[in-house]
Design a protein around this ligand. Structure first.
Ligand SMILES: CC(C)(COP(=O)(O)OP(=O)(O)OC[C@H]1O[C@@H](n2cnc3c(N)ncnc32)[C@H](O)[C@@H]1OP(=O)(O)O)[C@@H](O)C(=O)NCCC(=O)NCCS
Length: 207
């Protein structure tokens, strides 16, 4: 359990906020049948979900979700399928854990990881690096909560700029990020089909 803010160390211990986990109410309701009087009534149940901050050393716990995100990008991409078909969790994390500071928030429903958001800081630049919510859990406010926590953490790191990169083919998510105040700053075009987009000083693109 990591409960205090501390700098990253050689053993890849993350630099975490004091907030280790939070409970969030989910949007939406569940229907239940009340059969006692043979009457159907709808009971509104507010479900909650745990969101936990994890360290670099625990990042393997989101490997399957990241692979789901990569599959999502592979299916959406028109020009860079080759990149996503060869991309691996290990390659992506190798690049991310080198950043100055790192945090990942993971949403859990009954101990099942259902979504995550990774954010990093390098110098004065903060970035939302990777975000995914399982299909069945979308539209209930999980993504919004994950990004809100990540942005709060990034703001606490005194970043001058906060970026997010959107993969080609996944442009429909632009509207999601606009809700948080992001706006398109640069459109990076790339001719090579088998390497990561080299914007942002050569750092790998989302995811
Ligand atoms: C993008 C994603 C994380 C959003 O998660 P979510 O839990 O469904 O989002 P929320 O329920 O918190 O939605 C928050 C708001 O954004 C809107 N929104 C959600 N996904 C959206 C999308 N793809 N496009 C436009 N708006 C979207 C919702 O309608 C909601 O708006 P409201 O507050 O006006 O009702 C999720 O759709 C996902 O995992 N997509 C596939 C992976 C992906 O594209 N990741 C981003 C990589 S950069």
């Amino acid at each position: 359990m990591i409960d205090t803010e501390r700098p990253a160390t050689a053993d890849n211990t993350a630099y975490l906020t004091p907030l280790r986990s939070a409970q969030i109410p989910l949007r939406g309701t569940s229907d239940t049948l009340n059969r006692r009087k043979n009457k159907r009534c709808i009971i509104l149940i507010e479900r909650t979900m745990e969101i936990e901050a994890i360290s670099r050393g625990e990042i393997n716990s989101i490997k399957i979700l990241w692979e789901n995100l990569n599959d999502h990008h592979l299916s959406k991409s028109m020009y860079f399928k080759d990149h996503f078909s060869k991309f691996t969790f290990e390659k992506r994390m190798e690049a991310l854990v080198k950043r100055d500071r790192f945090i990942a928030y993971v949403a859990q429903d009954s101990c099942d990881s259902v979504g995550y958001c990774i954010a990093t800081v390098d110098g004065s630049i903060g970035e939302i690096d990777s975000l995914f919510v399982k299909g069945a859990y979308r539209g209930q406010g999980v993504g919004e909560k994950l990004v809100t926590l990540a942005l709060k953490w990034l703001e606490e790191q005194d970043c001058e700029t906060i970026r997010v990169s959107i993969a080609e083919g996944n442009e429909q998510v632009l509207d999601f990020y606009r809700k948080f105040g992001f706006a398109e700053r640069l459109i990076v075009m790339q001719k090579t089909h088998n390497i990561a987009v080299a914007g942002n000083g050569g750092k790998a693109c989302c995811p």
